[in-house]
Design a protein around this ligand. Structure first.
Ligand code: 0L1
Ligand code: MG
Length: 254
């Protein structure tokens, strides 16, 4: 393994230029702590280019995804303003290596939250909730990685789009979620797939963010995919409808 700073440069350049790279773990062992250090250093490079940190994403929050990657721990990554896509707008496929999209629930923070919190405490820090989709794009060849690789790669997070915000004082534990491509359902699930209740993902986010000074008022937290992700192709329009919360959509350009 080369230095952490060099690894951060490699993964940052891969993301910036949409170029696939080999997994770091092909060249030797990499620990989870080192992997988060690489993520932090690569994020610092982006902040130095003018991007602003606007929140975090939680990953591997559904049983199906944990089994797929062979772990039983959630992971997290950073969201910047440059990753936000306009609701109803379009993304450019060539800016990504092999983008996929997944249906999520987003939280907007009303106040700071950090460390151990009960679900009720976490909920009291939420201003609003919304239907959302995350664009994930592993920078590794063939979308293949071990857990430390994906953590170093910002937990695959590459973009996000958020629909209209709703009040959080409603039952969002088990809302039907349908992701459609050009009007055809491709994934059907429930918000309950996100750790049994999306608020548990915010509890985990609070604990995770303690290492970076906590979640801040005004930040967005993506709770994690409720279904498997859909690989994006040019020309598609993807829409996720969440029961009671409305919909969110994005089209895929060249
Ligand atoms: O948001 C996620 O759950 C994705 C985390 C990384 C695994 C993947 O890229 O599929
Ligand atoms: Mg996700």
């Amino acid at each position: 393994m080369t230095t952490l700073a060099h690894a951060a440069q490699v993964v940052d350049e891969a993301a910036r230029t949409a170029t696939a790279i080999p997994q770091f773990t092909e060249n030797g062992p990499l620990g989870v702590e080192e992997a988060y250090a690489i993520q932090t250093l690569s994020l610092e490079r982006r902040l130095a280019r003018g991007e602003k940190l606007v929140g975090i994403k939680m990953g591997l929050t559904s049983r199906a995804k944990m089994v797929q990657v062979g772990v039983d721990e959630v992971i997290w990554g950073r969201l910047t303003d440059a990753m936000r896509l306009e609701e109803g707008g379009s993304l450019s496929h060539k800016r990504y290596v092999h983008p996929r999209i997944e249906p999520e629930i987003a939280f907007l923070m009303k106040r700071d939250l950090s460390g151990a919190a009960s679900p009720a405490e976490a909920l009291s820090a939420v201003e609003a909730i919304a239907p959302a989709m995350e664009v994930i794009d592993s920078r590794y060849r063939n979308f293949k990685f071990a857990l430390p690789d994906v953590i170093a790669d910002n937990s695959s997070s590459s973009g996000f789009v958020i629909g209209n915000w709703s009040r959080p004082d409603q039952d969002f534990s088990n809302l039907g979620m349908v992701m459609e491509v050009d009007g055809r359902p491709v994934q059907i699930g429930s918000s309950a797939a996100i750790l049994g209740h999306p608020i548990r993902s915010l509890v985990a986010a609070s604990r995770a963010a303690a290492t970076i000074g906590g979640l801040k008022a005004g930040w967005i937290v993506l709770a994690g995919g409720a279904t498997a992700a859909h690989p994006l192709s040019v020309g598609e329009t993807v829409r996720t409808v969440v029961q009671n919360l409305g919909s969110v959509s994005i089209s895929v350009g060249e």
